[in-house]
Design a protein around this ligand. Structure first.
Ligand SMILES: Cc1cn([C@H]2C[C@H](O)[C@@H](COP(=O)(O)OP(=O)(O)O[C@H]3O[C@@H](C)C(=O)[C@@H](O)[C@H]3O)O2)c(=O)[nH]c1=O
Length: 185
């Protein structure tokens, strides 16, 4: 029913789901605890989030929650298209500071699993893009942190010129990786 692939950062996984199309439209099991667990993705998701970004170039990120409210995230796009980015911020990881980008869309029907210890963000590539994601810990504003999306040390190519990017005020003020406390060992 589902197929799991590692990305260049092996703990970030791409999930391919079955989509059954017929003359009425389609049906898809977008999450099944049993099927995901059998495929090695075993997380205790406690909250579902949903965002809408009307304008192309809306960039949300890079975000993470620190322990004890660190979140695993399972992300999908039921409408529109995004470039989804995960950055390894685990201090002792050989991939510390490295990022991976995956395009998620209503068309490709992929999901991405971004585990705790990674900062996460995305930029929208189509108008009216909606992003749905499950998280494994509740929202905890005191433990909610950000990393600068344009930190040169990360070298992330967001795929659009800077003047086309739409961000929250908060997301323009996050520290660079070198100045970020080491929240994850
Ligand atoms: C994330 C979150 C926000 N909020 C509130 C706080 C604020 O008033 C409003 C908008 O919050 P933000 O600006 O943080 O929303 P946004 O920038 O969409 O934040 C999200 O970005 C992506 C990339 C992630 O990975 C998510 O974990 C989350 O951090 O929603 C909640 O009530 N619960 C939540 O779980």
């Amino acid at each position: 029913m589902l197929h799991v692939e590692a990305t260049a950062l092996p703990d970030v996984k791409i999930i391919r789901l079955k989509k059954f199309g017929d003359h009425r439209g389609f049906f898809s099991e977008t999450y099944s605890r049993k099927a995901f667990t059998e495929a090695g993705i075993d997380h205790d998701f406690v909250q579902d989030n949903h965002s809408l970004s009307p304008v192309v170039g809306t960039l949300r990120g890079l975000h993470f929650q620190s322990p004890p409210f660190a979140q695993d995230k399972l992300i999908r796009v039921p409408r529109g298209r995004i470039l989804d980015i995960a950055v390894d911020i685990r201090a002792s990881s050989p991939d510390f500071g490295k990022s991976v980008a995956v395009e998620l869309s209503a068309e490709n029907w992929l999901q991405v699993l971004v585990p705790a210890g990674f900062a996460h963000g995305f930029v929208t590539l189509e108008p009216d893009t909606e992003v749905l994601y499950k998280v494994s810990a509740p929202y905890a504003p005191a433990h909610d942190h950000g990393l600068a999306f344009d930190d040169p040390a990360l070298g992330i190519d967001w795929g659009l010129p800077a003047e086309r990017l739409i961000l929250s005020d908060k997301d323009r003020k996050h520290p660079r990786l070198a100045d970020l406390p080491r929240y994850f060992a």
